[in-house]
Each structure stands twice: as structure tokens, then as C-alpha cells.
Design a protein around this ligand. Sequence first.
Ligand SMILES: *Cc1c(COP(=O)(O)O)cnc(C)c1O
Length: 388
Amino acid sequence: MKVEFYRHGLGAEDAAEIGKVVTSAFLTTGRVSHAVESQLCEYFDVPHAVLVNSWTNGAFALLMAMGVGPGDEVIVPAMTFIASANIVELLGATTVLVDVDPATLLIKPDAMAAAVTPRTRAVIPVHLYGQMVDIAALRIALDGVSAPGQRIRIIEDCAHCFEGRLDGVRPGKYSDAAVFSFYATKNVTCGEGGAVILRDAGLHALLRETRTHGMSAMAINRFAGGKYNHWDMERLGTKANLPDLLAALLPRQIATIDERLPQRHAVAERYRRALAGNIFRLPKVTANAVHAEHLFTVGIPGGKRDEAIAALNAAEIGVTVNYRALPEMTYYRRKYPQVAAACPHAVAWGQETLSLPLYPELPRDQQDYVIETLLETVAPIVKAGLGG
Ligand SMILES: *Cc1c(COP(=O)(O)O)cnc(C)c1O
């Protein structure tokens, strides 16, 4: 039985929305994007939202707006996707990689605080796999170690966590900004895209500029009032705005995301129940939290992860690895050679983990087949290795 790792839930209705943009005169960032930004403000209960063309470009524009550059340090967990740290490197700042908690695989507020120096400008906690880091506790921990006058910005990496909550609170409440990805496999997707939500009006204005070359007016405003309006450029910016062509895919998904979450939970809970108590290592589910269930990851002990992937692939089951730890990437290993030894939990998990197929409409017989293959084919491989 063939089991795909992921299938998007887009259909004819969504195609029709793109069609409406194509037949209008305006393709890039305009009316549709602004409507989605309002929708995001309402969903997350924040005053500002900015659509961007990827998490990476949005976070890059955000760090630019914050003035992060050479000489500055930004703290990032060692277990995440490379983009979380690459944006720091792209701006010439220094990435400070910190180990994660071995049970949850999330960064701990105290561990981030312990890595603070007078040069620390920002931290990027990652809500890995869909579980939230405690941002309120992180704020307190950072305030406790900041030098007088040092204001450390918190940027939440919400690429895995659109619909997650902790103690009833959604992303964006206690941080300076939260950044989302609408990449092809994310829980909300438009192929490529993302969003930044934030509370500070000044930072919001700066981000709008760094998102569009540093220009003081976007195309839609340059022609406002039926006449041409001059624009200026005061500071350097990048190009990170999302066109209406892609934004048109978002309104329906955002409106229905909370209805689809129970389906994700049902699949993940079946996996959890079936695999618990066996040889598999499962990330701990945190208390008082709503898990966004973006990725279902399993640890395969005994150095058998790659054999397990081969067995699952031979059974036509799509799997991925999220992620080999950042200190194991050649670029980061060369640049920060001492870091791997300081991040043993992230490195070990990166050598053990694989991700199972998970999307709301994953058919039940395919879920059963994945579970059966793990229990009857993969578990014996691991047990043989551990025994011998
Ligand atoms: C996907 C992802 C990103 C990057 O998102 P893009 O929209 O592809 O730039 C960043 N962080 C994490 C944790 C991700 O999974």
C-alpha cells in the first residue's frame, strides 16, 4: 500500500479564488493580502500582521527592521530547521546554538537565558513539531539576565505552530513577533508564503519597509487616489511581500484550520497509543497545551534509524527526517566546531528521528498500515540490533 507523507487539502474553491485574482488587474500585494492580514490579526488577537513570501524572508526582513547585524548574537535551538539560524548568518550576526530538552525536544527558557551575553540582541524559540515553548517564562528568564538597557527581542518560530496554544494562549502574546510559514507542507499553505504578527506599531512600520526594498510606499499606494505618488527609501530593505495570487489560497484555510485540527489530533493520537511502550522514543506531550500536530516524529534507537527509513520506503511509506541537528550540518560544524559537544540531546535526537505520514485526511487503513509496518517490520530490526 502506498502512503504519501503529505497531501494538501486545497481544491476547486481555492483554484477559483486564484482565478479571481488573475482576471482582476492587480496580481501582487493588494486587497486580498490586506484582508488576510486582518484575518490573522483577529485569529491571533494582535494589532498587526504582515504577509511575506516565506518564513525565511519574513524573519530576515524582521531582523533587518530590528537592526540586527555584525557583532550581534542571536540564540537559536540546535534542533530546528536550518532556516531558523540561516537568517542570523545572512545578516552577518553570530548564531548561538543551545541544546534542547531531551524529553520534549523544545528549548528551555533557562537554557536560553544561560546563553545570554551583553551582545545578545534576540532569541528565536521554535515551537517544534507544533508544541509551544513557554514564552511567558522565557520573557521572565531573559529579563533576569539582561544587562541594564539591554532589550532582548523574542521572535517565535511558528512554522510548525499555527493552531497551537499553551495555557489557552496563542503565539504572539508575550513575544516581540511571531513568524509563520505557509510553505507547501505546513498546516496552512499557499505553496510558498508566511506571515509576521506583532504588537509594536513602530516595529510594524519598519517591517513594512524592510519587506519591500525599504520603499516608503508599496505599489498599491503609489497609485492611490488616481495619481502617481513619489516614494523615498530611507533604509535598506529586502523583497519579501506575498502576492495576492498566492494570498488568495489562505482565507478559507485560516477560517477552517481549527475545524481540521481534531482530525490531525486523531491521527497523531492513534500513532501515539499504538507505538507507546514499545522500543520507539516519542517526544513528550506537554501539559496545558494544544499541540498543532504538524509533524509526528519517532525516535528509532540503537543506531537503526536509517535502516528503519529503508524498511518504511520499501513498504512504500513516505517518511522524512526533521531534523538532523544544526551542529551536524557542515556549514555550522565548520563555523562553530565546539557546538556539537555542547548540544548532545539535539545531536542524538537528530540521529534517531524520523517523521511519519500525517495530514488531516490520511485514510484510516493507511494509518493502520504505517503502525503495522512499524510494529512488525521496524521494531524487530531495532530489537535484533539491541540484542546483538
Ligand atoms: C519550514 C520551516 C521554516 C522555513 O519556512 P519557509 O517558509 O520555507 O522559509 C523555518 N523554521 C521551521 C521550524 C520550519 O519548519
